[in-house]
Design a binder for this molecule. Structure first.
Ligand SMILES: *Cc1c(COP(=O)(O)O)cnc(C)c1O
Length: 466
């Protein structure tokens, strides 16, 4: 299978190259040249598979000939072996035709694990075959860092450095990063803000000598392999509620548009998805787009669902590419204009096309807490604030949706204990594999907010002279 860039001028690549490249060279995002399509009989035949078996069937056409069936199977068996339930992603019934798909049973108890646990071994496999090594450098305000660390720990071809703002991430989030004792994992607490960390990572990538010498790479949310792994659980849940003989709809708490784009991809592959309902917090750039056809930047507002506190949704460009009939030059003009003015609009026809599948709703912190309290009262389930935004969106859409509706739960409530306790009166307990988290030893280097100091620390660490 070949991949093309959403901006039309980067080289066409295969899966392994797309995996390592991340962003395309023209600044675009990679998407498949054409979608693999499963007919109803094929989808029906997937019904009784285990999660890793289903993942194999879904992911195989995207990987093409770049990884053998045997290796792909082994990678997937390993990837989902570190989840705390054999089901991997349990589906719970909340109400008539209303379900909750739990995507937080991985090592860091948030949905990023669903893709990262696949991405880490996949990177390692491809790098070893090519006899290459990479240095992954990333900045985190909390969640993504720990998911990336868990995915890359103990992998022979990878060193990973994660920068986080010293004293500005939650205790659970810090501990999930710093207690990983693997020799290839390096946490750096920068005496600065998250933005300082992010700027520093950008500057390290812009330092071409440094980037080429250490083969810098990223595992951020635009990596195509992450989307591929996320398509699997849309099929998983749909099969359990009666697809392909019944249509299904999903409600998705959304930030960078990565999770819900995987739902769009599943529909392109033939899964009968009727509606994709987006939930946003007060950072509602997507919800406003699906209301008006205009995308407009509006700053970032801190909320109790911080993993959705975004300024722009990077993966949205993949949908835009299809709305523009796969005209990369048109996408580039649109994005260039957006960069300049902070705003763009699509045509009425394009807006109609988007609205045929998507709708969006926003919820502020008070509404999110009210939903946590309501669901606890109704069902005894504790939702984290991100999942609560998803369920709230599902409830808003439910009156006009005639299919089973599956809301995606993207984090375990114990990942955000303060907001959950304030809303429900219940203090959520950490799952068994993390109960001793606060007793574990930590390993992290505190470094000044100074690019040269951070760079020389990374070099010394890689040379083994730190
Ligand atoms: C990353 C994240 C989201 C948002 O997902 P996108 O793919 O960025 O839309 C929602 N909830 C949680 C808990 C997350 O970590």
């Amino acid at each position: 299978m070949n991949y093309v860039s959403t901006r039309g001028s980067a080289p066409v690549l295969e899966f392994d190259e797309v995996l390592l490249a991340g962003l395309a060279r023209d600044g675009g995002l990679y998407v498949p040249e054409s979608w693999p399509v499963f007919d109803a009989d094929k989808i029906r035949s997937l019904k009784n598979l285990s999660y890793p078996e289903l993942a194999f069937e879904i992911i195989k056409p995207f990987v093409g000939n770049t990884v053998s069936d045997k290796d792909l199977k082994a990678i997937l068996d390993g990837a989902y072996a570190h989840f705390d339930t054999a089901e991997v992603a349990p589906l719970k019934k909340l109400d008539t035709d209303e379900y909750l798909l739990e995507l937080f049973h991985g090592p860091t108890i948030a949905f990023k694990d669903m893709a990262m646990q696949f991405l880490g071994p996949m990177f390692d496999h491809v790098l070893r075959k090519r006899q290459q090594r990479v240095t992954i450098v990333g900045a985190t305000s909390g969640d993504t860092g720990s998911a990336a660390i868990e995915a890359c720990r103990d992998r022979a071809a990878i060193d990973i450095f994660i920068l986080y703002p010293h004293g500005r991430v939650s205790d659970v989030q810090r501990k999930q990063m710093t207690t990983v004792m693997a020799a290839n994992v390096h946490c750096i607490a920068v005496k600065g803000t998250f933005d300082d960390c992010q700027d520093m990572v950008k500057n390290l990538f812009n330092d071409t000598d440094f980037r080429d010498r250490w083969n810098l790479s990223a595992v951020n949310s635009i990596n195509w392999a992450r989307i591929v792994a996320q398509i699997v659980y849309y099929f998983w849940a749909a099969l359990k509620v009666g697809s392909p003989d019944k249509a299904v709809s999903f409600a998705v708490p959304t930030g960078n548009f990565g999770n819900v784009f995987a739902g769009y991809a599943a529909r392109k592959m033939g899964l009968p998805i009727e509606r994709l309902v987006i939930g946003s917090n007060s950072n509602d750039i997507l919800t406003r787009f699906f209301e008006t056809g205009t995308m407009e930047m509006n700053g970032v507002h801190p909320t109790i669902s911080p993993s959705m506190d975004i300024q722009v949704s990077s993966n949205f460009e993949r949908l835009l590419f299809d709305l523009f009939d796969r005209d990369g030059a048109a996408v580039k003009r649109c994005i260039d204009g957006f960069r300049e003015t902070g705003k763009f609009s699509v045509s009425p026809q394009q807006f109609d096309a988007a609205r045929q599948l998507f709708e969006g709703y926003r919820f502020d912190d008070a509404e999110t807490k009210a939903m946590i309290a309501l669901i606890y009262k109704e069902t005894g389930e504790l939702l984290d604030p991100h999942s609560a935004v998803g369920v709230a969106a599902a409830r808003r859409a439910k009156p006009h949706i005639r299919t089973p509706l599956v809301a995606l739960a993207t984090a375990h409530p114990a990942k955000f204990p303060d907001a959950v306790a304030a809303a429900s009166g219940q203090h959520p307990a950490l799952p068994a594999h993390l109960t001793d988290l606060f007793d574990r030893k930590e390993k992290s280097d505190v470094i000044d907010n100074d690019l040269d100091k951070v760079r020389s620390h990374i070099i010394k660490t890689l040379e083994g002279t730190a």
